[in-house]
Design a protein around this ligand. Structure first.
Ligand SMILES: O=C(O)C(=O)CO
Length: 307
């Protein structure tokens, strides 16, 4: 698809002038967002078509400067290379790719099974090549399910030990594992890592620059609430955010979270990293896609807010 199609009279420009709650930037859809929000493939197919590179081009035209792709490791090397090349050309930063996709819904980091633990290390060695190919720095790590056979403290010790070994694999390549606490109440019953202080403790114990927190605001709203104080408390170990409103895991403004205030806080704190849009679109079709873009435009912090 021709990029000019997006710029000249794009649907976003038309809609942004009619939807309520817009800020000044909404009048210029190609103005970069203040925060580095990262959409993912499939989010803008009605606007951009099925072609992955067209979706990147559309996002760039809408002002997005980051992207994330959980299934990246399942793509062919050719496709990974093409995606990375186009992202580089467009000035879009690669956000997280999932290191353990397909293997994390089991007891692994928490447990004693040495074969399972060796398999995790092998998987981590495999993801290094993918990350380098697509210019990714951040690897999502969900450290599996809790092991009902072991006291919690031994599970934590096992988890810390295996993470340190994983650091030995990824750190020489400049990669950073970001540990994602998931909620157990709505989406992921049984996971080991579900609370932000737990992630903080693990990172402090692992004590390596390649082991940090992915603070998913959606998951932590469900698990803990009290979002801004909790983010503030573990700030020095957070490297990455993801978002989505609750209930429903859709774009900001469709649920109970005050994203305008949360994002303003991230900006005041000087966060320059990626905020992954790990949620579905609330609305269907083209209008649903435009509503997602507008939702971010309407709550994106003003760039000149003093920090
Ligand atoms: O955030 C989630 O729910 C996941 O799927 C973990 O990557």
């Amino acid at each position: 698809m021709d990029r000019r199609q997006f710029s000249l009279g794009s649907a976003a420009a038309v809609l942004s002038s009619t939807l309520p709650g817009r800020n000044a930037l909404a009048d210029n859809p190609s103005q970069p967002f203040t925060l580095n929000y990262a959409p993912h493939f499939g989010m803008f197919t009605h606007s951009a078509g099925e072609d992955l590179l067209d979706q990147l081009r559309f996002a760039a035209d809408q002002g997005f400067r980051a992207w994330e792709d959980n299934p990246m490791k399942d793509r062919s090397a050719e496709q990974q290379t093409a995606i990375a090349k186009e992202m580089e050309r467009l000035g879009i930063q690669m956000g997280v790719i999932s290191a353990l996709k397909g293997v994390w819904k089991a007891v692994n980091f928490a447990g004693d099974d040495q074969d399972v633990r060796a398999q995790i290390l092998k998987t981590m060695r495999g993801i290094v090549d993918v990350a380098r190919r697509v210019n990714a720095t951040y690897l999502t790590i969900v450290p599996g399910l809790a092991d009902p056979k072991l006291p919690h403290e031994y599970q934590m010790a096992n988890c810390i030990d295996l993470l340190q070994r994983c650091c030995d694999v990824v750190e020489p390549h400049g990669l950073v594992m970001v540990l994602e606490p998931l909620n157990r109440k709505t989406n992921h019953p049984g996971v080991l890592l579900h609370r932000s202080p737990q992630a903080y403790l693990i990172c402090k114990a692992v004590a390596r620059p390649s082991c940090k927190i992915l603070f998913d605001i959606y998951h932590q709203q469900i698990t803990e609430g009290n979002l801004i104080p909790n983010i503030d408390r573990c700030w020095d170990e957070i490297a990455y955010f993801q978002c989505g409103d609750n209930p429903g895991r859709r774009e900001p403004g469709t649920g109970e979270i005050n994203y305008r205030n949360v994002f303003a806080f991230l900006h005041r704190r000087g966060f320059g990293g990626v905020v992954g849009m790990e949620h579905k679109n609330a609305g269907q079709g083209l209008a649903g896609e435009m509503a997602v873009i507008q939702a971010y435009r309407s709550i994106d912090p003003a760039p000149n807010v003093s920090r």
